[in-house]
Design a protein. Structure first.
Length: 79
């Protein structure tokens, strides 16, 4: 699981699928892992451009967000 923020959402012409741009703030702006575009809405599990797989996104509650940020590094992750 990764915790990110939706930067943008573009629906396709039919409205069933959408391209979501996610931002992962725990990576520096120059990292290839900082911004990721994924397709959602059709239930298909897809390979990610940065490795691994994704099966969609979901909103988190404020309580879940507080739990997630506990795991954020103190400094941006640089590889």
């Amino acid at each position: 699981w990764w915790f990110g923020t939706v930067e943008s959402l573009e629906r396709d012409a039919g409205g069933a699928r959408a391209k979501v741009t996610m931002i992962f703030d725990h990576f520096p702006a120059t990292s290839r892992w900082r911004r990721l575009q994924i397709i959602i809405g059709d239930g298909v599990v897809r390979q990610c451009a940065i490795g691994g797989w994704h099966g969609g996104v979901r909103a988190v509650t404020e309580a879940e967000k507080k739990d997630w940020v506990k795991f954020y590094p103190k400094e941006p992750v640089i590889f």
